[in-house]
Design a protein around this ligand. Structure first.
Ligand SMILES: [Zn+2]
Ligand SMILES: [Zn+2]
Length: 822
């Protein structure tokens, strides 16, 4: 205290205005500033306005500098500071330091992502001497529900599902006290005034807790799981289905009842010790698990203890998260085992959020439900992330991430408000406002009617929450994507320009924008590997090498175009791609002659080859696509890892990755990686990755009975080498001696979520002197498309007046309103 009073006594008092930008509202920023300022003996005020937080401080220069340093060093846990600007100001010193009324900016208070229970609240809920002891909805400004309970703006209690709960005097006092960590915590609650948890039986019959040693309904839910029951749990962004993950029969029952064949189940564990029994966890992975967004983290399943295979069939990873709400924390308190915590839905439907729907749709799966009377306003799935090459990379961006804004790079400051509608699978949409992008939560596949409803509801919600008025819409080129169709309808109805963006170009831009690649920075080589996207000239693309910036792209190279037998069926049945790939390289008699001893030959001989051959020959229901995903499917089918049917998108590739023998990958001679060549396509002359030699090597290894894990390693290594060889070739162009055409490579597309492929490709590219950009805060899969579309749309609008005709192949095409004159 002496130090502070000394500062106040100095005779060099100055006045400073300090502007803090970023995520600084609704996160307890003002009370934090107040505390620091008072401790430093400063006078003045702190307030919210439409640009963030504004501080007017009077005191010594040293004390003001110390205030800024402390704000930078110890911001509130949920804050994100983008910039702090200081300038001298006029005004008379005030007595003391206060929180002043907001300047017309309360309506702009940002809605922030839901945050996992903080350490202080967890401690309170565990302390018998606190009034929130064992209270399942304990929260403060540093934690608790946000987006999941919001129904409108401004973000205050009346516009959340906490509105029906009138604060008790004790909570009100905390809410009104600037020095309290619950100052303006909109979801503040306690046993007296807040929501209550209750355990119910779905069949409505009464039950007694006598059989459990328990204290309350939350404890009883834990007891039920220990007894082998499946319990539906009302989580933060939706219902979940939970059971003891160590009981094989219960896990199998859950799979059967939920109609979920093979897609891995996520799990929750009360602490790191439980997780470490099953997985090795790096420091980065532990930090990711413990972040306020608390995603499901994919971890290597190489711990001392094993879980039933039915948790994650055929995979080498397990998805774990730590307790996300105080209710989960209390429930798992006495659970020394992991529990399955999977989304509460049937098959691929959206997660259930209402209590009534829970009874209707989950009553056949779980006998009991741990419910509560705080409504979930917005459905938000658990997020999924993975640490690859030392960086946390989000694969499903939902709870804890949305609606966090992502700053767009230099040059995008002048971007007008626009809306990018995303793709079809793993759909998201993206708003651009104030030089930042607001990417919606993951919503699932739009072909599901309920998911599409959800998507439209969320569009309306975000429009209101962010007071958003787009001047243009951006959509994928694909004529049949529901998001593209909706964009065309809206463009017509609202007389807005529609900007159509090629799928893989959007992937490249997504990677560039999240890496801060400036608007006018040179073009890069985008390597985008995924399942399928609408290409230029009405062709289907999927493994592409594009020279691209935000404005345009040129397709420099590709994967081999191969028939997708049965169209969409080919994405579900890997054997179809195996057959198409082999028949693209050799005739059936040649295969039969050389490899008729193979089980693979007998398997394919049992398929309706005459029909398939006719489809390929006549181009009926067999569109040709340069897909990377289908190549993985074909190889997985050849190795009999996933042959007949995929239970979920990417299963074959995920199993192939899981199969990789890491010893062979690291130590086997590089030359044993399966060979690919890079000839040129007939007609276009485009260089492409030709797998003929790879297939011969695979078939040869099958004859030699080479173990599948070694073959999987050789495939990944060979493919990575061929991608790098293609990059080298494209960089040098025709003239090997000339300067490289690009020095930066951007990796995107769902196939790069494969850790082995990603690490092999990026390591080898870096070794050859390329700068490698990759995705981390935005998914590499189609969940990141909307973000890339937003960047391209914004670039287009910023530069549309200056744009000159160019020699490039594709650029974002602007379709005017009323294209058909209707
Ligand atoms: Zn808290
Ligand atoms: Zn209360």
């Amino acid at each position: 205290m002496n130090r502070h009073s000394n500062i106040a006594e100095l005779d060099d008092r100055v006045a400073s205005e300090i502007r803090v930008r970023g995520r600084v509202q609704g996160v307890g920023f003002r009370p934090t500033v107040l505390r620091f300022a008072r401790e430093l003996g400063l006078s003045g005020e702190v307030l919210n306005d439409s640009s963030g937080v504004l501080i007017r401080a009077f005191g010594s220069e040293a004390a003001i500098a110390a205030l800024i340093a402390r704000i930078e060093r110890e911001p509130p846990p949920l804050a994100r500071i983008d910039a702090i600007e200081t300038q001298p100001c006029r005004g008379d010193p005030t007595a003391g330091f206060v929180i002043a009324a907001s300047l017309g900016g309360e309506a702009h208070t940002q809605v922030t992502p839901d945050a996992v229970v903080c350490a202080d609240c967890a401690e309170e809920a565990a302390n018998p001497f606190e009034r929130r002891y064992r209270y399942p909805f304990t929260n403060c400004t540093h934690c608790g529900p946000r987006l999941s309970i919001v129904s409108g703006i401004p973000y205050d209690r009346t516009n959340t599902t906490m509105a029906p709960f009138a604060m008790c005097p004790a909570c009100r006092a905390e809410y009104d006290n600037p020095a309290d960590r619950r100052f303006h915590a909109e979801a503040i609650a306690c046993h007296v005034c807040g929501p209550k948890a209750r355990l119910v039986r779905f069949d409505g019959r009464p039950f007694s807790f006598d059989q459990f040693s328990m204290m309350d309904d939350v404890d009883a839910a834990c007891g039920l799981m220990k007894n082998g029951e499946i319990v539906a749990i009302k989580g933060i962004g939706g219902y979940q289905l939970a059971c003891d993950a160590t009981k094989p029969d219960v896990v199998a029952r859950l799979r059967q009842l939920k109609k979920r064949d093979a897609k891995p189940f996520a799990m929750m564990a009360r602490d790191m010790d439980v997780i470490r029994r099953y997985c090795s966890v790096s420091a980065e992975e532990e930090a990711l698990l413990k972040r306020p967004c608390a995603p499901i983290v994919l971890l290597r399943a190489d711990g001392a203890e094993k879980l039933p295979a039915a948790i994650a069939p055929g995979l080498a990873t397990l998805g774990f998260m730590l307790p996300t709400s105080p209710m989960h924390l209390l429930m798992l308190r006495r659970m020394a085992r992991p529990v399955v915590m999977t989304s509460g839905n049937l098959s691929d439907e959206p997660q259930v959020i209402s209590d009534q729907e829970a009874g209707e749709r989950l009553g056949g799966i779980a006998a009991y439900a741990l419910m509560h009377d705080r409504e979930i306003a917005n459905r938000i799935d658990d997020s999924v992330a993975r640490v690859v090459a030392g960086r946390p990379r989000v694969m499903r961006r939902a709870r804890g991430y949305a609606p966090e804004s992502i700053m767009l790079p230099k040059g995008f400051e002048a971007a007008p408000e626009l809306l990018a509608m995303g793709g079809e699978l793993k759909s998201t949409f993206c708003l651009v406002r104030d030089g930042a992008a607001i990417l919606s939560q993951h919503q699932g596949d739009l072909e599901d009617v309920r998911t599409f409803d959800d998507y439209r509801n969320n569009l309306a919600l975000y429009t209101e929450l962010f007071n958003h008025a787009p001047v243009a819409l951006v959509a994928d080129l694909h004529p049949e994507y529901l998001s593209s169709k909706l964009a065309r309808q809206r463009a017509t109805a609202d007389a807005l320009p529609l900007i159509e963006v090629q799928h893989h170009h959007a992937h490249v831009a997504s990677c560039l924008a999240e890496n801060g690649h400036a608007l006018d920075a040179p073009a890069v080589l985008g390597i985008v590997l995924d399942g399928l996207g609408w290409g230029g000239n009405d062709t289907l693309w999927g493994g592409e090498f594009l020279l691209a910036d935000y404005f345009r792209y040129q397709r420099l190279g590709t994967f081999k175009p191969v028939a997708m037998l049965g169209g969409a069926q080919a994405a579900r049945e890997p054997w179809r791609n195996l057959y198409a790939h082999l028949m693209a390289e050799m005739t059936w008699p040649a295969l039969a002659m050389n490899f008729d001893g193979l089980e693979l030959h007998d398997y394919l001989a049992g398929k309706p080859r005459a029909t398939l051959d006719a489809m390929m020959k006549n181009g009926i229901n067999a569109p040709v696509a340069s897909s990377c995903g289908r190549l993985f499917d074909a190889v997985a089918a050849a190795l009999d890892i996933c042959r007949e049917r995929q239970a979920y998108e990417g299963e074959a590739a995920a199993r192939l990755e899981a199969m990789v023998d890491h010893d062979a990958l690291r130590h086997e001679d590089d030359a044993l990686g399966y060979p690919f060549s890079i000839p040129n396509l007939r007609g276009s002359g485009l260089p492409y990755i030709e797998p003929l030699a790879m297939w011969n090597a695979v078939l040869g290894d099958l004859i030699l009975k080479t173990p599948a894990p070694v073959m999987a390693a050789r495939f990944h290594k060979g493919l990575a080498k061929s991608i790098v060889a293609m990059t080298r070739k494209l960089a040098s162009g025709e003239d090997e001696a000339a300067l490289r055409r690009f020095t930066t490579v951007a990796l995107s597309g769902g196939c790069f979520q494969n850790r082995v492929l990603f690490e092999e490709v990026s390591r080898r590219l870096e070794a050859e002197g390329f700068a490698v950009l990759s995705q981390a805060q935005v998914p590499a899969n189609d969940g990141g498309l909307a973000f890339g579309q937003a960047a391209i749309g914004a670039a287009h609008l910023i530069k549309s007046s200056k744009q000159t005709t160019n020699q490039w192949e594709g650029n974002a095409s602007c379709v005017s309103a009323f294209p058909d004159g209707s």
